[in-house]
Design a protein around this ligand. Structure first.
Ligand code: ZN
Length: 479
């Protein structure tokens, strides 16, 4: 039977990250995710030394970083604003695509949203929107992606340019003839979603990024059960870890963290620096619990404090299994250098909160755990030898990042810091993926966000139609 339903992948094809997927049926269409492809980014720019700052056309479109989204009939959609170093220009032509859905706020799924024209309906989960906006608001660089988040016509006030619509679990959202159901899943950021899209001709699901070994694993299990109830015509599944599994869980990270931190303190060290993503709230909670049980002071950088504060002030805190550590009561804030506007406002909101500076790092009086969302610069403030550095971030490095990592580890070794890596992946392990796909039993399987789509083909080809996707090539989905 012929079908009018098409799925086209414009990123995340044979690689991890940069997802963007167009789903269309008889002229109705939605875009799922619009992420940054960090490998490709590294071919033209070396952040923070060079970055796109002036021209959407010359720096982002010509380089192929911003995908040119085309319909199955090869109609080019004018989705992005133009900017040529002065003002934002909205496209003069209309756009048949009106709805964009973002699975979660990691930049490889959401990093180019700020380039979209202002009249689109951009949909994100409430928590995802909070984290996405906090990330942009606290960034110091002037990339186009950050600049165009703001309404540049409002010179005196900081107002976002786009309107973001917020969804939550179980909602039924209609976009022309398509119906979209977001489903919460477990991932290394709260508020991550998979989607079910019902079109007149097919039922499709997209997992976003997900796993089955974090504190919200029951959400991923529920997603699996619901997908299994009614047969899917196509499943677009992430496969970051398909070729390589590591045993690990968030619980185990916390246990191991307790073990090494307790021993380090026992050996006379007073400072632990933990590198963790500011959006990885579960992980931050885990280290806050460890700090508490070891009776040590916990400090967070202003960037981490900003997100914790925003969650605390929103009604979303109640939706997190463990809430968030409270500024002033549970954590103190670490500052360095001159304070930016948002940092001043944050500290003003928390008058009386203890604010620590470099002295807490160079000569800590008490047992101290610093949670840092970036790489610590030992040349700036040098910790005493024997201080512990815990790297608790993803092990996936983009092309060219290996040298940066090596230079960083060299600097830690030079000053006698003791380095440990404690991490559990934000993505499903190979066996969990296989179990998921076997139980969901889609008619068609489209692997995305993986370097090994051929592994999916080999494993599942006898039971379903496995498509090894090609970038920009529409896939027909029939029921
Ligand atoms: Zn992710």
């Amino acid at each position: 039977m012929t079908s009018d339903c098409y799925v086209t992948l414009f990123g995340g094809v044979g690689k991890i990250g940069g997802n963007s997927i167009l789903v269309e049926d008889k002229g109705s269409m939605i875009l799922l995710d619009l992420g940054k492809d960090f490998d490709r980014y590294g071919r033209f720019f070396q952040f923070p030394f060079t970055m796109p700052t002036r021209s959407v056309q010359k720096e982002l479109i010509k380089t192929g970083l911003l995908p040119e989204i085309k319909t199955s009939k090869r109609q080019n959609l004018s989705l992005y604003v133009e900017y040529e170093g002065s003002e934002v220009k909205e496209p003069s032509t209309g756009c048949p695509l009106q709805h964009v859905f973002i699975s979660h706020p990691h930049l490889d799924h959401s990093g180019f949203v700020t380039l979209l024209r202002s009249d689109l309906n951009i949909n994100m989960g409430s928590m995802a929107e909070l984290i996405f906006s906090s990330n942009v608001e606290t960034r110091r660089d002037v990339t186009l992606e950050n600049k165009l988040y703001w309404d540049l016509t409002k010179k005196d006030e900081c107002k976002p340019r786009q309107k973001i619509l917020k969804f939550h679990d179980g909602m039924n959202i209609e976009a022309d003839r398509l119906k979209i159901n977001p489903h919460s899943v477990d991932h290394s950021v709260p508020g991550a979603y998979g989607f079910v899209v019902e079109s007149p001709s097919a039922r499709i699901a997209y997992t976003g990024d997900f796993r089955f070994h974090g504190p919200a694993q029951d959400l991923s299990e529920k997603f699996k059960e619901e997908l299994g109830e009614d047969r899917l015509d196509a499943l677009i599944v992430e496969g970051t870890n398909m070729n390589f599994g590591r045993i690990g869980s968030e619980e185990r990270v916390e246990r191991d963290a307790f073990g090494v931190i307790e021993k380090s303190f026992r050996l006379g060290n007073k400072l632990i620096i933990v590198e963790v993503k500011s959006s990885d709230i579960d992980r931050i909670n885990a280290f806050a619990r460890v700090a508490k049980s070891l009776d040590s002071t916990i400090i967070v950088t202003t960037r981490v404090a900003y997100i914790l504060d925003k969650i605390e002030l929103s009604e979303l805190k109640a939706r997190l299994k463990y809430g968030v550590p409270k500024l002033k009561d549970d954590v103190r804030v670490f500052t360095k250098g001159r304070l930016t506007k948002w940092e001043k406002e944050l500290l003003d909101r928390h008058q009386g909160m203890e604010v620590l500076d470099a002295k807490a790092i160079t000569s800590p009086e008490k047992k101290t755990i610093l949670i840092d969302s970036g790489r610590f610069n030992v040349f700036d403030a040098t910790p005493q030898k024997g201080s512990l550095y815990i790297q608790s971030v993803s092990e996936h490095l983009s092309e060219g990042e290996e040298h940066e990592e090596e230079r960083f580890l060299n600097s830690l070794a030079l000053y006698g810091l003791v380095v440990y890596r404690l991490h559990s992946s934000g993505h499903a392990s190979p066996l969990d993926l296989i179990e998921f796909i076997n139980e969901v039993r889609p008619r068609m399987l489209v692997p995305i966000h993986t370097e090994h789509p051929e592994a999916f083909h080999e494993i599942f080809k006898d039971n379903m139609n496995v498509i090894i996707p090609e970038k920009n090539l529409p896939i027909t989905v029939s029921s």
